[in-house]
Design a protein around this ligand. Structure first.
Ligand code: B12
Ligand code: SF4
Length: 541
């Protein structure tokens, strides 16, 4: 095989880092292989099939690699209006609101199914009109839902879970996919492979001039946040998290010089100023300190005036790292505190102590951190009680007192149940989920289950959220105004920007927490036995 067309399936615009790494890897090993990257998100929906057809006709690929990043539509966080509609539908006391929400919900369900149907139609188009081309598919969404999606894809499609570099190389070399995490459907039979030793990342850097030549749409990302991966794998066990399943638990590091070379090339050649470390976790543990430190020191030494962000375990931030982070341009951060109760955190196997998280925030404040912090709360996690909910409200106040209230934005991020996680396993064992359920099949009942917010605490958590969102004219995604995410500069930047000001005014997560506190305290003032929630197992009402 000597030509590969990568097709990034449509999703909300985000730099398609995965396919850029794949193309770069293949180019280094097989410079004669012709490659092209096509990002379908950048085309209006009506033009996408034609674009795929035209690209395949013109490029004549031997191998078409589809990359499927996102599927999720009913996201479990308040930045997404679907959560608000779902809460109104299930919990609003005003029947009119329920009716309005049910229509909005139906529209969203329609969009959800159309999105999946459309994404599946492109591999089918290639299979029908270009039958000689081999089809492969991978990416985060594919990995998450591989068992369901492979049934819907053309027979013979090679699905890859997790990283794809070695697998693609083997396919173009005509080697067997032994020791790769593949999934393949032959009639009704599904074949799967297991990854042997995961690839080391010691030689991974991006050749930007080459990438520019095979990805003419790169210009659409000038001024956007560019993804950079500094390591793969996460050793933690957080019960709801899919990342270790996707990337593996063993942490593999890229040499800091290569990570910073990536940043520096994008900085100088594309003028990129905002970067996102796409690692499942940037500070994976104490063992990661030398790599993280060297990356930040090199950013400073090379005088790269950037703003960066990523998923960071605040509990692992030391005073030295905090200083380096601030000096090297750390921007807004999203901190998954999850709960203010150590019992709830321990039950989810989060592997950090709240006190250490507060310490990390303190070190950031002392180092002069001026960014914003989105504090993600997964209220009503297993083992939640009224007391633990109040502890979550307290934890917000602690973080706000350390970093300043004007910098801390709590966000309600309910646990979303994902396949192949410990949480899913527990809930199957408890009978909350039924064996063989289809995580892609959304119905009013399944959405209610998958946005994890079970009885008895569910109704007043929902009430607090709805009360807050109503006051703020609906929930909105505070990410819109963060500097480090994938938004054009006009939407980020300093406070002069209108959407930024609206975002700050719409600090509805704070209101939701404070409303919750009010509701809980007033219930305590007039206790009634039927109202008191005891510590409980996770079965839903
Ligand atoms: C970093 C990240 C983000 C950052 C992105 C920042 C940026 N500027 O890039 C932020 C915080 C913005 C983000 C947002 C969201 N994300 Co996100 N994100 C991730 C994360 C942690 C890493 C993705 C990444 O870039 N990895 C690094 C690159 C190199 O890897 P990659 O793209 O996956 O590609 C590799 C493999 O997938 C594979 N591969 C990819 N394509 C192909 C194709 C073929 C043929 C083959 C063989 C292999 C292959 O090989 C590549 C190289 O090894 C993943 C979880 C994870 N650990 O993977 C979730 C993940 C991709 N995100 C997810 C989601 C849902 C979202 C959101 C939609 C959440 C929401 N509701 O708001 C948003 C919106 C994203 C958007 N389109 O704008 C889901 C997708 C699964 C799903 N349920 O659909 C994931 C898997 C997390 C999860 N829930 O489990 N995200
Ligand atoms: S939540 Fe973060 S730390 Fe926990 S397993 Fe997932 S990536 Fe790792």
């Amino acid at each position: 095989m000597d030509s590969i067309l990568y097709i990034f399936l449509p999703c909300k615009k985000v730099y398609p880092i995965g396919v850029t790494y794949l193309a770069d890897f293949i180019h280094r090993r097989k410079p004669d292989v012709r490659q092209r990257i096509l990002d379908l998100s950048l085309f209006p929906e009506a033009q996408r099939s034609r674009t795929v057809r035209d690209a395949a006709t013109e490029f004549k690929p031997d191998l078409v690699c589809f990359s499927w990043r996102d599927i999720q539509i009913f996201s479990p966080h308040e930045g997404d209006s679907s959560l608000e509609h779902a809460f109104n539908f299930y919990f609003a006391s005003n029947p009119l609101k329920r009716v309005v929400a049910s229509f909005a919900g139906l529209q969203q369900l329609y969009r959800y199914y159309s999105h999946i149907r459309a994404a599946l139609s492109y591999p089918w188009l290639i299979a029908k009109e270009f039958p000689k081309a081999q089809i492969m598919i991978g990416g985060g969404a594919f990995t998450a839902f591989a068992d369901q999606l492979i049934q819907k894809l053309p027979e013979g499609t090679i699905g890859i879970l997790g990283e794809g570099e070695d697998a693609i190389l083997k396919v173009i070399e005509g080697q067997l996919l032994e020791n790769e995490r593949y999934i393949l459907r032959e009639g009704k039979t599904i074949r799967k492979g297991q990854q042997g030793a995961p690839a080391l990342l010691d030689a991974l850097t991006v050749d930007l001039p080459y990438l520019t030549s095979i990805f003419p749409q790169y210009q659409e990302y000038l001024g956007e946040s560019i993804g950079v991966q500094s390591k793969r794998g996460c050793p933690y066990d957080c019960a709801f998290c899919l990342y270790p399943y996707i990337e593996g638990k063993r942490v593999r590091y890229r040499p800091p010089s290569m990570v910073v070379k990536d940043i520096s090339q994008h900085y100088h050649q594309w003028g990129a100023r905002r970067f996102w470390f796409t690692d499942a976790q940037f500070i994976t543990g104490k063992e990661a300190y030398p790599q993280c430190t060297e990356i930040l020191e090199r950013i400073l030494a090379e005088k790269l005036e950037i703003e960066w962000s990523g998923y960071i375990r605040t509990s692992l931030i030391t005073p030295e790292l905090a200083k380096l982070m601030v000096r090297s341009g750390v921007g807004d951060l999203e901190v998954a505190i999850t709960s203010g109760s150590q019992v709830v955190l321990n039950n989810l196997h989060m592997g950090f102590k709240l006190e250490r998280l507060y310490d990390g925030c303190r070190y950031l404040a002392e180092a002069g951190f001026k960014g914003k912090v989105i504090l993600n709360y997964s209220l009503n996690s297993p083992k939640e009680t009224e007391d633990s909910l109040l502890q979550s409200v307290e934890s917000y106040k602690v973080v706000a007192s350390i970093l300043g209230e004007e910098r801390v934005f709590p966000l309600m991020f309910f646990l979303g149940i994902q396949p192949n996680t410990d949480l899913e396993q527990r809930l199957l064992e408890e009978g909350y989920l039924s064996a063989g359920y289809n995580p892609l099949m959304l119905t009013p009942t399944s959405i209610r289950k998958l946005l994890y917010n079970p009885a008895p605490l569910n109704s007043f958590i929902a009430k607090a959220c709805l009360r807050a969102w109503e006051r703020k004219e609906g929930s909105r995604d505070p990410r819109k105004w963060t500097g480090s995410l994938s938004q054009a500069p006009k939407e980020s930047g300093p406070y002069a920007d209108k959407s930024l000001i609206r975002g700050i005014e719409g600090n509805s997560g704070r209101d939701a927490l404070l409303s919750l506190e009010e509701i809980l305290r007033s219930r305590r003032a007039s206790p009634s036995p039927s109202h008191r929630a005891e510590p409980r197992a996770t079965s839903a009402g």
